[in-house]
Each structure stands twice: as structure tokens, then as C-alpha cells.
Design a protein around this ligand. Sequence first.
Ligand code: GLU
Length: 333
Amino acid sequence: MSGQTFAARAGYRGRFAPSPTGPLHFGSLLAAVASYVDARAQAGAWLVRMEDLDRPREVPGAAADILRTLQAFGFVWDDPVLFQRDRSDAYQSALDRLAARGLTYPCGCSRTEIARLDLPGLEGPIYPGTCRAGLPPGRLPRTVRLRAPAQPITFVDRIQGAWEQSIEATIGDFVLRRADGIHAYQLAVVVDDAWQGITHVVRGADLLLSTPRQILLQQSLGLSQPGYAHVPLAVDDGGRKLSKSLAAAPVDPDDPLPALKRAWDLLGQEALPLERSIHGGLIQRFWSQAIARWRIERVPARSTISIALLDVDVGSRTAEHHQTWPGDDLRLR
Ligand code: GLU
């Protein structure tokens, strides 16, 4: 059955996919709130996937901590949580399919060698395809890369508008299996979004730059393409991504409402009349009101949003094409 048929049958399926590199912080909460209300407002399913693929970066206990915090914030997910650590066979079989189609090749270059070529790209140095035609004599394979096509990838983001990126010119052939044997995020996310039948991806704008690579992989693997919506990345006053700054303090599971309200404001939404509640259950009230009033068109079409800046421009969607990412702060992945 094609992914499209599945999606049509299953209706809306959204997801939140945190990496267990620390407790849930406000930046992640913003993405979680947006994906949750967007799914529930369309009577959709909402799943949680723990992206614990990168074992060296995992903080022990963080996955359980994130799940407990999500629960305390009143998120309710459908289906058991999917853990990427259990999925290596699926990633390897996708990689084998790509290899069988001649779309991948082993690469012997180290990061230092690539950096020495001094070809700055959107996310670190561009890989110019040194090993494309075969490993140079005497070199051992380190990574597996996907051949980036010459033609650009285009897509229309529900929040950020139309995007176009030439992967070849701005990133180069990219890694699908790392030198340490771990499958790359780009591959895992595509395999898992398809496996979980995800029809709508709502996540932070730091992943806009990754989206064309994911679409390319979907096309190469014959998978259907989910819709994408990228919410602005919460930054502190100095423009630093929250997860990299002091303001990245974990959200407080004992007092969810202030963080939920702040996330709601930053998403450009109309204030909720929560105060009228005389009963307990304010969190449930927040969610039912938020789900009823969610307007994705009010989310600011911008890359970042300051946590201190609540009088944001709302509804200013842009239809123009972006060739590259305008801000430096997004070169994170
Ligand atoms: N695991 C990624 C992160 O925490 C998110 C991946 C995604 O939403 O596609 O940044």
C-alpha cells in the first residue's frame, strides 16, 4: 500500500520527536504545543517519537524525564512511544534499497579533510563529491553518502511559505551512515515518519534546512511526502537559540500553565479566556480552548522569535522564494 493511501485512510497523523539530550526546554515545548494543537484541531492522531539514535549524545534519564514532563503538561499521545534505538534494522534496509538503486556511495573522507577544502555551505562545509566516482586508492570507507541531484528541491511550508534549496550547491552529497556506524538523523526521520504514517510534520524552524534532504530521501525511497510547517525558533534577547542560552532552563512540570500560555502567545495566537474558569483542571481547559482556537495562519512566518517579544508581527506570511536561510543562528544541525 502506498504511503498516500495509508495517509488518506488514516487521516491526520502528527508527531513530536524530541532528542533525549536533556530535559524538555521551552524551545521544544513551543514545537510540541504547535504540533499537538494542529493535530487535535483536525481531529488527528498525535505521536511521540524518541529520537535516541545518537547514543553518544544521549543524557541518561532524559527520555523518561521528557515523557514525564509532557504528561505533566497534559499532552496525550496515541500509540506507544517509538524509540529510534530499536529501529536500526529499518534504517539499514532503507539504506540498502538506496544502495541497490545506485544512489549512495562509500566515502573515505574525514571531517578534517572536508573542512580543509574550505567550501562553506549552509550547514558546515559543502562536500564536493571527492569519493563519488569511487574511493581513491588506499582509502577505507568511513561513511555512506547520498548523491545529491543537480536540480533543486522545492516545497511549500504551511507557515514559512515557498522554499527552494539546491542540496548539491549548498550542502553536497550528505551522510546517511556516519563513521561510527550510526545512521544519520536525515535517514532515520524519513524512515520513521513513513513507518508511523505521519501526514503532517510541525516542528522548529531550525529544521527547515533539513527538509529538502528529507524530501529527497522520500522521493528516492518512494515514500509519500508529509506536509511541513516550521514554527519560529524561540531565541533569547541576544538572538541565541534558547537551547544554547541561559533561557534554556527546563520547563517546570509542576507549573505548566505559564509556559503553555507563553508558548501560545509566541505562536501568535489570540489570548485564551482561561481566567474565567472557576474550577480546577486549568491545563485541560487550556488545551480544549487552544485546540478550538488554533489558527496556524497566525503563526509568524519568521525564522526566530524572541522570548521577550510578545508583540510580534502576526499573519505576515511570505510567498517569496528563499534560496538560502537568512539567519546564522540556524546553522545548528
Ligand atoms: N529530534 C529532533 C530535535 O529534537 C527533531 C526532529 C524532527 O522533528 O524532525 O531537534
